[in-house]
Design a protein around this ligand. Structure first.
Ligand code: FCB
Length: 528
């Protein structure tokens, strides 16, 4: 049987022809940055100060923090059901209790107040508010709970920065119609979003519709390692799914759901409530593995595919009303189409972009050159092989966590890329933080401090170059349930003993407190 690489080799002359044509087209049109707003002049000497209203915060999500998985009228979410399946989570754990933030939020907010943060990014549990989606009643206990949380946040002089869904949805929607694979989900999301705007919007001024839909789609529908565990048999260990087509469909329904929520917010609530609405993306930076043009183009493709979602793209449709050129070229007619209504609401479909930036990878071209079979070789990944290693050496510094290398330069590059591609739109770094395996480091987390300090420096470099960055949220205040890694990876400024749930400050907590304090003092001086 013909192997994949010999098949690629036999097609080399054809690849070569495509290569020349694509290069000619891309160099002649160079459409990517055509329409960007020129950045402010840079002055390398200038020390950038964070403006007074810059948001410094910590970030969390409902499933990873809350626990109380069946309390006060909440029903099962997709993650409650998924974690119950043997073998899905590294340590066999779940978020039934997590760090019990549902009950301990006052204590946790006190910790935040002590750090001096002025914002808290968290997500609402959809299954707590609408246990059966639009097929059942609102759960008033859920509404009261979040009312109390929001009031407690504001009472401490902290600004709530709220995500509507951070991977978790009511399982009911999965059972009823296959959740994101069905266009019906848009009605459910719209209904849910409107309830949140109506009940909380008088106090919440920052909304994000989705957290990392790119990760949700890749892991849920391409690789099948997150719920609903769907993928092709050739890609992963799933009983059902189609890794080529379903990610496109799920992503399309997510984009349309985002647009519907934004449209409701804009037409019915925004003027009166005066808030902002955006979306949060996982934003890995890609460095070309070599200087070859093909690898440089591969890095651009990876960026376009990944940021706007590996094989589905989120931001271009929301900002420009169309999928990116790179995707159109590769998917052609398989790309789902937007309706006229979608396109209408996609005008200014965002007030800001949330960037979750942790790490970077090398990108190697697989379009014009032969790649080993495996991750990255297919059109779903844009014919890019993304790898943290080059000739056996890591990009940046490995952390011991497989997906995660320290590469602060990637933060600067990513912020500049988003700034240029999306016309200097306001950006919030909605997540950045350091995770390490349960190595026994209790409080002396020097590596986390070094990581945060170098990434914040990179963020400042991007500000100096003119990027409009308005906030930074570290992931996370507390160690918590890290999805399929369970409790084996720790990200907290506070150590959590998962038996007693006791919170103990690490070095990084006092470092962050001091960092925020210094910058507050500086901005007050600037004002004086
Ligand atoms: C991000 C997720 C967040 C957390 C961090 C470590 O991708 O949004 O929930 O798991 O990674």
């Amino acid at each position: 049987m013909e192997t994949k690489s010999s098949m690629y080799l036999s097609l080399l002359p054809l690849w070569f022809l495509c290569f020349i044509i694509i290069n000619l087209v891309s160099s002649s049109s160079s459409t990517r940055y055509d329409d960007h707003i020129p950045l402010r002049e840079t002055n390398e000497e200038e020390d950038v100060h964070f403006p007074k209203n810059f948001l410094f915060g910590t970030a969390s999500s409902a499933y990873q923090y809350e626990g109380a998985y069946l309390s006060d009228g909440k029903t099962l979410s997709n993650w409650d059901v998924f974690t119950n399946i043997t073998g899905k989570i590294a340590d066999g754990s779940h978020g039934k209790v997590a760090v019990d933030h549902y009950h301990r939020y006052p204590e946790d907010l006190d910790l935040m107040e002590d750090l001096g943060v002025n914002s808290y990014r968290f997500s609402l549990s959809w299954a707590r508010i609408l246990p059966k989606g639009r097929f059942g009643d609102m759960n008033m206990e859920g509404i009261y709970h979040y009312n109390r949380v929001i009031d407690a946040i504001l009472k401490r002089g902290i600004e709530p920065f709220v995500t509507l869904t951070h991977y978790d949805i009511p399982q009911e929607l999965e059972y009823r119609y296959g959740s994101w694979l069905n266009p019906q989900i848009r009605e459910d999301f719209e209904h849910y979003a409107e309830i949140c705007f109506r009940y909380f919007g008088n106090r919440v001024k920052f909304w994000s519709t989705f957290n990392e839909p790119n990760v949700q789609v890749i892991l849920g529908y391409r690789k099948g390692t997150y719920p609903p565990s769907r993928c092709s048999k050739t890609v992963g260990n799933c009983t059902r799914g189609d890794s080529e087509i379903e990610p496109l469909v799920a992503a399309h329904n997510i984009i349309r759901s985002h647009l519907a929520a934004v449209s409701i917010y804009r037409t019915k609530y925004q003027e009166q409530q005066r808030g902002k609405i955006g979306i949060v993306m996982n934003a890995i930076w890609f460095e070309p593995v070599s200087d070859a043009l093909a690898d440089r183009l591969a890095a651009e493709r990876a960026q376009a595919f990944y940021l706007t979602c590996e094989n589905c793209r989120f931001l271009d449709p929301v900002v420009f009303g169309r999928y990116p050129r790179e995707m159109q070229e590769i998917f052609g007619e398989d790309l789902p189409q937007f309706t006229k209504d979608d396109l209408k609401s996609s005008k200014n479909g965002l007030d800001f972009i949330g960037i979750n930036q942790y790490t970077s990878r090398y990108a190697k071209d697989c379009l014009h050159s032969a790649c080993e079979p495996g991750q990255g070789g297919s059109r779903a990944e844009g014919f890019v092989n993304a790898n943290a290693l080059k000739d056996g050496l890591a990009l940046g510094e490995p952390t011991g966590v497989d997906w995660f290398n320290v590469y602060p330069q990637g933060m600067e590059e990513m912020l500049m890329y988003a700034t240029e591609r999306y016309k200097n739109i306001p950006l919030y770094v909605t997540e950045n933080g350091f995770g390490e395996n349960n190595t026994g480091v209790l409080v002396n987390d020097y590596r986390r401090v070094k990581y945060m300090s170098s990434y914040l420096d990179a963020l400042k470099r991007a500000m100096r170059k003119g990027a409009d960055i308005r906030g930074y949220f570290t992931w996370s205040l507390l160690d918590n349930f890290e999805w399929i890694s369970g409790y084996t990876i720790r990200f907290g400024l506070y150590h959590v003993d998962f038996n007693t749930l006791e919170r103990t400050p690490r070095l990084s907590a006092s470092w962050y407190k001091n960092f925020i304090f210094q910058h507050r003092a500086q901005s007050q001086n600037d004002d004086a």
